[in-house]
Structures are given as structure tokens and as C-alpha cells.
Design a protein around this ligand. Structure first.
Ligand code: SF4
Ligand code: SF4
Length: 268
């Protein structure tokens, strides 16, 4: 079958699925499904997965992505998994995502639960090329208490395992001020580059991994629009844009860069 025929077939299937709703709930009632959904906050989904609730609303549990993964990374949730039954997920300590450049798991998804638009290569005019480095399956978080690099013991297992070495994980050199003669080489994760593949968690040498992948929503905070980094060009532009907006409502207050504009405050 040609790629065009494949795409048409998938599109038709997607439309059918959306128009008929969640027909694949099987024997599991809607209430039980929702209960399971609440228990699934820690679950890691395949590359390109929609936000968790949208994913749960879209995935028809066909298992095609699981079958397409050559590394058996993806597994189908069983009743005891504390993940909505039948949905695909992975556990990086057991088997991480090996970041296949052609991402065989995502394009065959017939429901749109895995959205290849999120994985399209930047700057590719054909729109056909995918980039696994754009996936955001989760975010690596280091436990400073149990990571032995923070004890001053040399270990760079996670750093070496990372397919985006020096982008997603870098090593930060720090002197041990107390002894004056020891140094630390601490792993630092860059949330903008980390894909959550879990190769670091898989490679971590501690008994229970000291670096673990969490869903990004859970791992990350949110600053809010009223805070501006004075040294960041994008933020400066954002501040300028806010100042330029005409506020229609009296309770909409523009962000003030008062730390940098302190002279204005004194004049008042
Ligand atoms: S990118 Fe490759 S290893 Fe990762 S989940 Fe998809 S098929 Fe499996
Ligand atoms: S291929 Fe898509 S619809 Fe099927 S189980 Fe995987 S994510 Fe769900």
C-alpha cells in the first residue's frame, strides 16, 4: 500500500473514531475508566502523545503503537498497572524509549492520540520529516539526596546515556568549599531539551534511580506572566508587547518591570 493510501486510510479511521466516540472501552464502564484516569498522573506516554486528558479521550486502545515499537518499550496497561487499562505507556527504568529517528510508533496511530504534528521537523518544507528530539514524553528530575555525584563521588552514567549529551543533561563543576580539595560534577537537566526518553533513568547506577522521568506537568512549575527576566531578550519583548496593549478592562494590570525602572518609582 502506498504512503498516500495509508494516510487516507488513517484519516478516514480517525474521522470514524471521532464520530463514534470511545467505542473501545470494552467491558470497562465509564466510571471505572475515569477512576483509573485519576490514578494515572505518573504515567509516561509514547512520543507525540496529546495532553493526558485529551490522550485518554482519543486513544482507542488498539495497541498499534505498542506493536510498532521495535524495542518493546511500550506496554499495554493491565488492570494492576494503576493506569487506564489498555492504554500504552512505558517504564523507563525497565525499558526506556530508544529514540528511533523514524519514530515508528507514532505515525500509525489511527486515532490522533499520538499527534505527529508535534513531532514534525522544524524547517522541513515537505512536512514529512519527523524529529524524535521534539518529543516531550516527560522530564528527567535528579534527586540530589541520592545522586552520588552530589556526594562528590564520580559518576556520569546518566550524562553518558543521554542521546542529547550536553544539551539535555550537562555536568556542572563545583568545588567542595568545605574540604577545599574535592570537586563535584553534578548532572543538570535542561527542561527545554529533555525529551523524557528515560535512558538516564535506565542507566542510573543507584539501587533506586536517582534520576527519574516525571510527566512534565507534574515536574514543572509555572512562573506566571507577571515575572520578567531582565536579561532575556524574549522576555524584554514580551514586556514591551504588554506595555503596548490597550487595556479594555480596569482590572487588567500590565506587568511592571519595577526592578529595572526603579528611577521612575522614586520620581513618583
Ligand atoms: S521512538 Fe522507538 S523506542 Fe521510542 S517508543 Fe517509539 S518505537 Fe519505541
Ligand atoms: S496506536 Fe494510538 S489509539 Fe492505538 S493504542 Fe496507541 S495511542 Fe492508543
Amino acid at each position: 500500500m502506498s504512503e498516500n493510501q495509508n494516510t487516507t486510510r488513517r484519516d478516514a479511521l480517525r474521522k470514524m473514531i471521532r464520530s463514534t466516540g470511545l467505542f473501545a472501552l470494552g467491558g470497562l464502564g465509564w466510571g471505572a475508566y475515569v477512576d483509573k484516569a485519576k490514578a494515572s498522573e505518573l504515567v509516561l506516554r509514547p512520543p507525540g502523545a496529546l495532553a493526558e486528558q485529551d490522550f485518554l479521550n482519543s486513544c482507542i486502545k488498539c495497541g498499534i503503537c505498542v506493536e510498532s515499537c521495535p524495542y518493546d518499550t511500550l506496554i499495554v496497561a493491565k488492570p494492576e498497572s494503576h493506569v487506564p487499562i489498555g492504554t500504552p505507556h512505558f517504564k523507563p527504568r525497565a525499558v526506556p524509549c530508544y529514540m528511533c529517528p523514524d519514530i515508528p510508533c507514532a505515525p500509525p496511530c489511527p486515532s490522533g492520540a499520538l499527534d505527529i504534528d508535534k513531532l514534525k521537523k522544524d524547517g522541513d518544507e515537505t512536512g514529512d520529516k519527523l524529529d524524535i528530539n521534539k518529543s516531550q514524553m516527560g522530564l528527567a528530575v535528579v534527586d540530589h539526596e541520592s545522586c552520588i555525584a552530589f556526594w562528590g563521588i564520580q559518576c556520569d552514567s546518566c550524562y553518558r546515556a543521554c542521546p542529547l549529551m550536553d544539551e539535555a543533561i550537562s555536568l556542572k563543576y563545583e568545588r567542595n568549599e568545605r574540604t577545599g580539595k574535592h570537586a563535584f560534577l553534578k548532572p543538570v537537566v535542561n527542561s527545554k531539551a529533555c525529551t523524557g526518553c528515560g535512558l538516564c533513568e535506565h542507566a542510573c547506577i543507584t539501587e533506586k534511580a536517582a534520576i527519574r522521568i516525571l510527566p512534565r506537568d507534574l515536574a514543572m512549575g509555572k512562573v506566571g506572566d507577571h515575572y520578567i527576566k531582565g536579561w532575556d531578550e524574549e522576555d524584554e519583548q514580551r514586556l514591551q508587547n504588554i506595555k503596548d496593549v490597550k487595556y479594555q478592562s480596569t482590572d487588567e494590570v500590565p506587568a511592571e518591570d519595577y526592578l529595572n525602572n526603579w528611577e521612575d518609582l522614586i520620581d513618583e
